[in-house]
Design a binder for this molecule. Structure first.
Ligand SMILES: *[C@@H]1O[C@H](CO)[C@@H](O)[C@H](O)[C@H]1NC(C)=O
Length: 336
């Protein structure tokens, strides 16, 4: 009888857990949403007191340590729920110890691991398995760093964040990202990319961050309207490598980082949303009075554009005394 009771107990536990699944799903979505909002807070700092120094801290997300501050931490937590559950509860402490790596520490769903049924329709659904074997798929993030890749691997349709840094990718084809409607961030830092098809990114409706520093680009592909941050530092892009008025219609663009390229003028017009323009270490020699401010409208204020870097360019900023009146801060550069 004891056995029957125990069995019943377990059965009801399982049932309870099964019922809890939709709830859990809901909660997961809520967490995800929160995480997404956190990303916005991160990008969308409403803080005008930032110095260049802490900008570096806040915006330079290109190193490994910052990786773990990313908002996709929440999906990462799901690793626990995706792993096959040991039948023997004695094996559970093991799970606990793997979850104790510092990276997984800020787990919001901490607490005892309940023997919930394995979610069969979870995020590791038949995804594009080849790339999930080659790379690490955690939630909807795909990590392919330092994996000797020469091409963008086929990606699961749900991919939201892609990290393929420190590889040997030399070209981005229009077909590499087709249909990835949820893709928000692409990070291809430090590859050998010298070519990107014009349409490679333009048709991605959710893309907010395109991160391409330390490559060999000589032209910038077209960007989707959803873009918030473009980082193409340390490439070989001349001004002729930018489409005319390339940034005019990008009404979400806040961070445009093109330092250490071969630009010989400041791209214009710049969208009102822009907050940070990094053009240091290029070959900019001159500019127009209208580059930042509308010379016809002296009441104009561009509060957002508080971080302009023009140092390391052969331009004498003193020659354009009327170019800065609308800015909350003078550009960084040579004024003598
Ligand atoms: C920069 O421009 C200012 C103002 O015209 C001028 O006084 C100064 O000599 C210039 N500096 C150089 C290095 O040309």
């Amino acid at each position: 009888r004891m056995r029957t009771l125990a069995w019943l107990g377990i059965a009801s536990l399982c049932l309870g857990a099964a019922w809890a699944v939709p709830d859990k799903e809901e909660r997961r979505k809520a967490e995800k949403l929160k995480a997404d909002l956190a990303l916005y807070e991160h990008v969308d700092l409403d803080n005008y007191d930032l110095t260049l120094d802490n900008y570096g801290e806040i915006l330079d997300l290109s190193n490994y340590e910052d990786l773990y501050d990313y908002s996709d931490l929440a999906p990462k937590i799901e690793v626990g729920t995706l792993a096959p559950r040991p039948k023997d509860p004695a094996a559970l402490p093991n799970l606990g110890t793997t979850a104790e790596t510092p990276k997984l520490q800020p787990v919001t769903t901490a607490g005892p691991v309940h023997p919930a049924p394995i979610p069969t329709q979870g995020e590791c659904r038949p995804l594009a398995l080849p790339s999930c074997l080659l790379c690490l798929c955690i939630g909807t993030s795909v990590y392919c760093d330092d994996a000797d890749l020469e091409h963008i691997p086929p990606l699961p349709p749900e991919t939201t964040y892609l990290y393929a840094r420190f590889n040997r990718i030399s070209a981005i084809r229009a077909s590499d990202f087709t249909g990835l409607k949820k893709l928000k961030r692409i990070d291809l830092t430090s590859n050998f990319i010298s070519w990107a098809d014009v349409d490679a990114f333009r048709l991605l409706p959710s893309l907010q961050e395109l991160i391409l520093p330390e490559n060999r680009l000589t032209a910038l592909p077209e960007l989707p309207r959803s873009i918030i941050r473009l980082d193409a530092r340390l490439n070989r892009i001349p001004s002729t490598g930018l489409q005319p008025e390339a940034f005019r219609d990008l009404k979400q663009l806040q961070f445009l980082h093109l330092s250490d390229n071969q630009l010989d003028h400041i791209p214009a017009p710049l969208p009102k949303s822009l907050r940070s323009l990094h053009l240091q270490n290029n070959n900019i020699q001159t500019m127009h009075e209208d580059t930042f401010c509308d010379s016809q409208d002296h009441s104009q204020i561009r509060r957002a554009l508080e971080d302009i870097r023009l140092d390391g360019n052969p331009i004498n900023l003193s020659l354009f005394p009327n170019a800065y009146f609308c800015l909350p801060r003078l550009p960084t550069g040579r004024f003598f």
